[in-house]
Design a protein around this ligand. Structure first.
Ligand code: ATP
Ligand code: MG
Length: 235
């Protein structure tokens, strides 16, 4: 469903250039949960931003259902992104002045959905992530885990095919992180959405279908044996 062909990303840095990605070739099938791992600064967020079409590769292509998304006009791309891709960030980026339900409605309203319809869908999404009864709370009145659940509901609002999550539980304690991970897996089972998750969290990586490891601008796919090795080392 998603294919990257030799994607490269170069950032200018003063008089030099940083070659963050030097040629990433990745195929992702619908319904997969993929963990992207690697040391800090290796390019995980960069890769997610490219997959999410919020940034363009310096070279290479990204195909969604065999179509090169960067051939779309800016307007078409923005609407594609709003429709097909959901984002979850490390810090939820909820709008503090708006209630939980209003935050979840936002992508629906941007997609021109009728207000009443958007409200009803947002309520049902919040119920889905276990936040029934908290709909009218503003983010400041919710716990970190609850805020992250609102962010998950918001990412799901347009029923996107792909959810990109960048350290989705990076700022949560272990127990709350595990609850949010359980929620992601439950949603994946229920809705068959594709999840691509950048993470430093070993438990999360090991639960995923595949682990993509970035190093020196290239990716390697970590094998199941290696996954078992990591879990043995942890015991
Ligand atoms: N907009 C930018 N301009 C210039 N350099 C950038 C930009 N964004 C990222 N970089 C650099 O690109 C490299 C990769 O950054 P990226 O944020 O993708 O790493 P990461 O793997 O997500 O790290 P972390 O685990 O710390 O989140 C870093 O060296 C970073 O400084
Ligand atoms: Mg990052």
């Amino acid at each position: 469903m998603i294919e990257t062909i030799e994607i490269q990303k170069v950032y200018p840095s003063g008089t030099e250039e940083i070659h963050v990605l030097r040629g990433i070739n990745l195929k992702i099938e619908a319904g997969e949960i993929i963990a992207v791992v690697g040391a800090s600064g290796v390019g995980k967020s960069t890769l997610l931003n490219l997959l999410g079409t919020i940034d363009r590769p310096t070279n290479g292509k990204i195909l969604y259902d065999d179509k090169d998304v960067f051939e779309l006009s800016n307007n078409e791309l923005a609407s594609f992104r709003n429709r097909e891709i959901g984002f979850i960030f490390q810090f939820h980026h909820l709008l503090p002045e708006f209630s939980a339900v209003e935050n979840v409605m936002m992508p629906l309203l941007i997609g021109n959905k009728d207000r009443k319809e958007a409200y009803d869908s947002a309520l049902s999404l919040l119920k889905n992530v276990g936040l029934e009864g908290r709909e009218e709370h503003k983010p400041g009145k919710l716990s970190g885990g609850e805020q992250q659940r609102v962010a998950v509901a918001r990412a799901l609002a347009n029923n996107p095919k792909v959810i990109l999550a960048d350290e989705p539980t990076g700022n949560l304690d272990r127990k709350t992180s595990e609850e949010v991970h359980d929620l992601l897996w439950e949603l994946n089972q229920k809705l068959n959405q594709t999840f691509i998750i950048a993470t430093h969290n070993q438990n999360l990586a090991q639960r995923s279908d595949r682990i993509i490891k970035l190093a020196d601008g290239y990716m390697t796919e970590v094998t199941v044996d290696y996954k078992n090795d990591i879990s043995q080392q942890q015991q």
